[in-house]
Design a protein around this ligand. Structure first.
Ligand SMILES: NC(=O)c1ccc[n+]([C@@H]2O[C@H](COP(=O)([O-])OP(=O)(O)OC[C@H]3O[C@@H](n4cnc5c(N)ncnc54)[C@H](O)[C@@H]3O)[C@@H](O)[C@H]2O)c1
Length: 286
């Protein structure tokens, strides 16, 4: 509580010179995160299936004076992840901060979800995190320093309509990170940090059309700024905007019916009715 009142510059760690891997860096939030870390003196490794978007991000990072290494990697392919991780080590050195950001959404009622889509959502939104952690945690353990960050969602803490697959995958991502945090703690690892980020809707295009009555969608630059701060302060769980921490605590205390009433009152129940998403041609749901 006391730290809440301490200005950021006194409690933030120095990340100058760190090598940061950002997945899903070819657009949206990932691009903003990469630029934000570059502005703070980090070099970045950019992984995406969208090579063109990724090279645009790299150019923006280089404009900030940082090094950017781009790789076309499908994070759902564990072998591709392991071999790309080896290549990164040869090209750029040891990754000290990993940001699992790549994600996809379908946005359909549960009975309209095709089986392969459900699997794909899990592959991208959570299983890929296992492959990436397995690839980069060993060097963090060897050097006894590092930071693993997962971009989950508020949908990883509370259910939403037309997002059963997405919510389940994001809840799983939160569970993975909590278990990992406890595991590292049980091993006495105090210098390897974990952070879970749970944002509300962000204007990146991924959730085009989705909205509630009460809360404004976030701008990607603001969300990236909050993510940077969370890493600088070694926060373990950050909800964006911060107000949602209150609702999160209330949810734990509330009876289930009251949670549904809150959904109705805020427009959460209809939030996906106007969802269009973006043209998802690069998501490769095959
Ligand atoms: N946009 C929102 O409203 C919102 C809200 C909460 C959480 N999030 C989460 O934030 C993260 C970023 O979302 P965004 O809004 O920037 O989405 P986005 O669609 O703009 O970007 C996602 C990026 O991930 C890449 N990607 C997808 N599948 C991949 C794969 N198999 N391998 C490698 N890269 C892959 C895409 O090419 C794209 O560049 C996601 O995890 C998302 O679930 C988004």
């Amino acid at each position: 509580m006391i730290l809440f009142f301490v200005p950021l510059k006194f409690k933030a760690k120095d990340i100058t010179g760190e090598l940061v891997l950002v997945t899903g860096s070819g657009s949206g939030l990932g691009r903003n995160i990469a630029i934000k870390f570059a502005e703070n003196g980090c070099n970045v490794v950019l992984w995406d299936i969208n090579a063109l978007g990724n090279s645009e991000t790299a150019a923006m990072v280089r404009e900030k004076g940082s090094l950017a290494y781009t790789y076309e990697v499908d994070v759902t392919n564990s072998e591709a992840v392991y071999s790309a991780a080896e290549q990164v080590k040869k090209d750029a050195g040891i990754v000290t901060i990993v940001i699992n950001n790549a994600g996809i959404v379908v946005g359909k009622p549960i009975l309209n979800l095709e089986d392969n889509m459900i699997r794909k959502v899990f592959d991208v939104n959570v299983l890929s995190h296992f492959w990436i952690i397995k690839a980069f945690l060993p060097d963090m353990l060897k050097n006894d320093r590092g930071h693993l960050v997962t971009i989950s969602s508020l949908a990883g803490l509370g259910g939403s309509p037309k997002l059963a697959d997405y919510c389940a995958s994001k809840f799983a991502a939160c569970g993975l990170m909590e278990a990992l945090q406890v595991e590292l703690h049980s091993q006495g690892r105090r210098n390897i940090h974990t952070t879970v980020i749970c944002p509300y809707f962000i204007n990146t295009g991924m959730f085009n059309g989705a909205a509630t009555r009460v809360f404004q969608n976030l701008e990607p630059d603001y969300a990236a700024d909050q993510i940077l701060t969370a890493v600088l302060c070694n926060k373990s769980l950050v909800l964006i905007p911060r107000f949602f921490h209150l609702l999160y605590y209330l949810k734990v205390l509330m009876p289930a019916r009251a949670f549904l009433a809150l959904h109705d009152a805020t427009g959460g129940t209809e939030s996906m009715n106007t969802f269009t998403g973006r043209n998802a041609k690069h998501l490769r749901i095959d």
